[in-house]
Design a protein around this ligand. Structure first.
Ligand code: AGP
Length: 599
């Protein structure tokens, strides 16, 4: 969580470069933001000082004092925040300064021992102004600077922090930026004329350069005269491993769309076709690993956990193969039976979700093999995995995951068919799904979805049911509606209805029913009848209409791939519900962030 951006170089508009970088990273946290910049001036008042500008709210909504952005400066660091410690105030916004305003720090993560460090530094006369854990960092560096240089001060300060953290520290006197990490992501970019950038992820840097270094855990990098990569434990310099980004800057733009969410929904036919035409080998390789393993476990969080759950049904139906599923944060408590014959398949868009990274690290210690399915090159899970499948869905900027989910389902479905040695069938039904999406994305169908959004916009509760594979569909549709429209939605297995939830059904209570043309059809229709009998308002989504439905959104009948049009209809319903409810920015739902790097 939180977006970090830093720049040092010859261009004199460092504050502006950082401001633009933060705008591209704002999906990582958007409750407040700030920038510190070193002005090129001989005036004693600002000579060796950092000038700071901080605001509560989203960058895009802030009327910033443009004079600050045009200050003549070639070193600057900035941050966009998702609060963990201390309320959402300008004082708690980052960057945080030391007592002399020559050291500024921005941070992503949690300093678990900040209380004791703060007490120790306060006893030494340091003045604290915020409630954050982060503010101990610039004061620790300031304290160490009394007896060592900036880089080793920052290294020693970082080595005293407990927890998973990424820090970026600027020094107005040495004109350097030092960054260090364990856990939270950091990437360095090297631009033309030796411009140097550091950011939480590459989407902030791709507009400047494609030449990057993804920092590993326990590494530190010094930016200034030259880029120096250091091993944190012993301070030894190491040779950087440069990589080239395969993204285009345009990918980080909305283009003709009002919101990234809508743009990414419309990209899904292409995402599926890319997997059909380019991922057969990846699917066969993963199928081979599953075949060899003694116990395979898929895990993920949020939307990725729904893809993993759907995977268990797809492998069972298509390949007669049992694969276990677990929510990432719960897998920590289920690892006792893992062995070196086990295979772990962590699924994650960002590749940074700490609730998935941690169980993977534990499993690796037990010798289990890791086959990661992620969407971000160079992400932590990508680097830690023995075998990696990059989803190729492109940059996903909307916090609400859409195309990443459809890419996850497409890869899992193709792998299940590879395991069943029927790759051709898998590819065929995915192409049918892509064709069906192109029909759904036509105005005529969009208008029918908008009508259902009008029906539901004033509802306080929405219930969503499905059976078998459609249970995973129901959970994903529920999450989309909740995180986009803020309407309370509850998804569950249709069979569970009579065991309690049906008590909540009263006249007009809406219930969305996923009814694909498979072995679940008759039973889920009976469940819909039970809800209707208590006054429920039934919305059916699937290939076959039924008189129990008051509203019906038709998909093609594509067998196991029917989950794809069903989920995309739910994504669009959630989006238009948000617009019906007057939610201005469905790309950045309140209280959320795109990649969850704290526990
Ligand atoms: C999905 O719309 C949400 N943004 C969230 O639930 C997300 O799926 C979850 O945080 C996992 O993220 P990941 O795929 O990057 O690991």
């Amino acid at each position: 969580m939180c977006g970090i951006f830093g720049y040092v170089g010859k261009q004199g508009n460092a504050a502006e470069i950082v401001f633009d970088g933060l705008k591209l990273l704002e999906y990582r946290g958007y409750d407040s933001w700030g920038i510190a910049t070193k002005v090129k001036s001989q005036k004693s008042k600002v000579k060796n000082k950092l000038i700071v500008e901080k605001h509560v709210g989203k960058i895009a909504d802030t009327d910033i004092n443009s004079k600050f952005l045009t200050l003549n400066s070639n070193l600057s660091v900035g941050h966009t925040r998702w609060a963990t410690h201390g309320g959402v105030t300008t004082t708690n916004a980052h960057p945080h300064l030391d007592c002399s305003s020559t050291i500024a720090a921005v941070h992503n993560g949690i300093v678990e021992n900040f209380q004791e460090l703060k007490e120790e530094l306060t006893k030494k006369g340091h003045k604290f102004v915020s409630e954050t854990d982060t503010e101990v960092i610039p004061h620790l560096v300031e304290e160490n600077l009394k007896h060592e240089g900036f880089a080793s001060s920052t290294r020693d300060s970082f080595n005293r922090l407990k927890g998973l953290n990424a820090i970026v520290v600027a020094n107005a006197i040495s004109k350097e930026i030092v960054s260090a990490k364990t856990g939270s992501p950091l990437v360095v970019g090297i631009g033309k004329n030796d411009e140097q950038f550091v950011a939480s992820d590459a989407s902030g840097i791709v507009g400047h350069t494609k030449k990057v270094i993804f920092l590993e855990d326990n590494q530190m990098v010094i930016l200034g005269d030259r880029v120096k990569l250091i091993r944190l434990p012993d301070g030894k310099e190491i040779k950087p491993r440069f990589q080239t980004l395969d993204w285009k800057f345009e990918d980080t733009k909305k283009g003709k769309y009002k919101h990234f969410l809508l743009k990414e929904i419309y990209e899904q036919p292409h995402v599926i076709e890319n997997i059909v035409f380019n991922y057969e080998q990846e699917a066969q390789k993963l199928a081979g690993l599953i075949k060899k393993a003694f116990g395979t476990f898929m895990l993920g969080c949020g939307t990725a956990s729904h893809a993993a759950l759907a995977g268990t049904y797809l492998f069972s139906r298509i390949a007669k193969k049992h694969i276990n599923f677990s929510i990432g944060s719960e897998f920590n408590y289920l690892e006792d039976y893992l062995t070196k014959e086990s295979l772990l398949i962590p699924i994650s868009q960002s590749g940074e979700t700490i609730d998935v990274v941690e169980p993977v690290e534990k499993a690796k210690k037990k010798g289990a093999k890791i086959a990661a399915i992620v969407n971000v090159l160079g992400s932590t899970l990508y680097r830690k995995a023995d075998y990696k499948i990059l989803l190729g869905a492109g940059v996903e900027k909307a916090v609400v995951g859409t195309k990443s989910f459809i890419a996850m389902i497409s890869v899992l479905l193709l792998t299940a068919y590879a395991l069943a040695k029927k790759e051709g069938t898998g590819k065929q039904i995915l192409l049918y799904a892509s064709d069906n999406l192109k029909k759904i994305l036509q105005n005529k169908f969009i208008n029918s979805i908008k009508r259902v959004a009008e029906d539901l916009k004033d509802k306080v509760h929405i219930y969503i049911i499905g059976r078998g594979l459609s249970y995973a569909t129901a959970l994903e549709a529920t999450l989309k509606i909740k995180e986009t429209s803020y309407i309370h939605a509850e998804g569950f297995a249709g069979g569970e209805l009579k065991h309690g939830v049906i008590a909540l059904i009263e006249k007009g209570t809406p219930c969305i029913v996923f009814a694909p043309n498979d072995e679940t059809y008759d039973d889920i229709i009976s469940n819909a009848e039970e809800v209707k009998a208590r006054g429920g308002f039934i919305i059916g989504i699937g290939p076959r209409n039924n008189k129990v439905f008051e509203r019906f959104l038709k998909t093609d009948d594509i067998g196991d791939a029917t989950i794809i049009p069903q989920v995309v209809i739910s994504q669009l319903l959630a989006y238009y519900l948000a617009l019906e409810k007057g939610i201005k920015d469905p790309d950045k739902p309140r209280n959320l962030a795109k990649s969850v790097t704290v526990k």
